[in-house]
Design a protein around this ligand. Structure first.
Ligand code: ADP
Length: 404
């Protein structure tokens, strides 16, 4: 089955056309700067050179039109007819408490996703735009929504309720939801396979370290705790996000600097994290280079990043009463041996022992990077959220076809 996997941002659409029988992407790419000057589609078929197409891409509907036409194009395409797109799987960031798994997009589902905009004003509106754009371009093709939050729905209340008046949870849905669920789910599953054990027998800590970063405690296949909370701001230090913070700090700064709510939000989400502490960059590669060149704030940003990761690993090992494997994934986790080294130093008491040669070799590939005798395995695993979205979509669409 060919599944078009769509991930919509405010001015971008990332896509992959996935062949679930061969478990491979036939083509992938993205449309950037939608609605702005210089909009461009970057496309790469699996077996040929990639290409770029620029044009006036006014909105997401036009962007999806571009995606479909390049998938069909004689030179760069991978299918001959629209009908070869059998279903569309959408990444939807917030599923609230309503969605505990992936669902077929129907009228009522769209209403519920719209109702969740209040919880995810920066994400869900774009996801909705993506779904509408695909419905318009592919009216007869089933659409499936796969939620970032869903994998964390089995967290116990002691992990998701904040120490605020309980009525805030009841009134406004204030609780930890957790994000990056498809990634945590994928790498936890792969970790179990690499350990040669069923998922319901292993305790895994998964560290998803991209521009956004979160960590999850996956106890026998169930995410029992995760570092992102009500929004994707809580937890680890990230590229531009502060992560954990005494909430009173923000009230204090708002008073002193006379910041509006919007400005305070921007400060925490866009000007903090690696970028804010270092004053150099949100990109871990540039942080490492600057630290090497003697920039002490870049070194501090790196140290905070790894120290906080280490603290969470300790906390989640305690939450699960042990850990069999720690997984590093996403841009930083898959590609940065120094981050993995600095995080694992001092974790020998948990049975963690890195093999530095293997750690250096594990760049964008799946590898066990611990010493042969280590009790707790450390694994580098490239994430594959698109595969999870494609497989969930396939399953829902297949069941649909079987139902009379
Ligand atoms: P997103 O969260 O946008 O999906 P990615 O998972 O692609 O992001 O991660 C992007 C981040 O990965 C970049 O900001 C960069 O800091 C980091 N990164 C990529 N390659 C390396 C590398 N070789 N060393 C350190 N960090 C890297």
């Amino acid at each position: 089955m060919n599944i078009l996997v769509i991930n919509c941002g405010s001015s971008s659409v990332k896509y992959q056309l996935f062949d679930t029988d061969r478990k491979m992407a036939l083509a992938k790419g993205d449309v950037a700067r939608i609605g702005m000057s210089g909009a461009v589609l970057t496309h790469k078929p699996f077996d040929r050179q990639g290409t770029k197409v620029s044009g006036e891409i006014l909105d997401h509907i036009v962007a999806i039109e571009y995606v479909i036409s390049i998938l069909l194009s004689p030179n760069h395409g991978v299918i001959k007819n629209k009908s070869e797109i059998h279903a569309v799987g959408h990444r939807v960031v917030h599923g609230g408490e309503e969605f505990t798994g992936s669902v077929l997009v129907e009228h009522e589902v769209m209403r519920q996703i719209r109702n969740l905009i209040d919880l995810a004003p920066l994400h869900n509106p774009h996801n909705i735009r993506g779904i509408n754009a695909c419905k318009k371009n592919l009216p007869d093709v089933p659409q499936v929504a796969v939620f970032d939050t869903a994998y964390h729905y089995k967290m116990p209340p002691m992990a998701y309720i904040y120490g605020l008046p309980y009525v805030m949870y009841k009134k406004y849905g204030i609780r930890r939801y957790g994000f990056h669920g498809t990634s945590h789910r994928y790498v936890a599953g792969r970790a179990a396979e690499m350990l040669g054990k069923p998922i319901d027998r292993v305790k895994v800590i998964t560290c998803h370290l991209g521009n956004g970063a979160s960590i999850a405690a996956v106890d026998r296949g169930v995410s029992i705790d995760t570092s992102m909370g009500f929004t994707p701001l809580e937890g680890l230090l990230m590229g531009t996000r502060s992560g954990d913070l005494d909430p009173a700090v923000i009230l204090h700064i708002m008073g002193r600097e006379e910041l509006s709510l919007h400005e305070a939000n921007t400060l925490m989400n866009k000007h903090s994290g690696l970028s804010g502490v270092s004053g150099v960059s949100s990109d871990m590669r540039e942080i490492l280079t600057a630290a090497k060149d003697g920039n002490s704030n870049a070194k501090l940003a790196f140290d905070i990043y790894c120290y906080r990761l280490k603290k969470y690993i300790g906390a989640y090992a305690a939450a699960m009463g042990g850990v069999d494997a720690i997984v590093f994934t996403a841009g930083v986790g898959e590609n940065s041996p120094p981050v993995r080294t600095a995080t694992c130093i001092g974790l020998a008491f948990l049975g963690v022992e890195l093999d530095e040669t293997k750690n250096e070799q594990a760049i964008s590939k799946e590898m066990d990077i611990s010493t042969d005798g280590a009790r707790t395995r450390v694994l580098a695993i490239p994430t594959n959220e698109e595969l999870v979205i494609a497989l969930d979509t396939e399953e829902i669409v297949k069941n649909l076809k079987q139902t009379p």
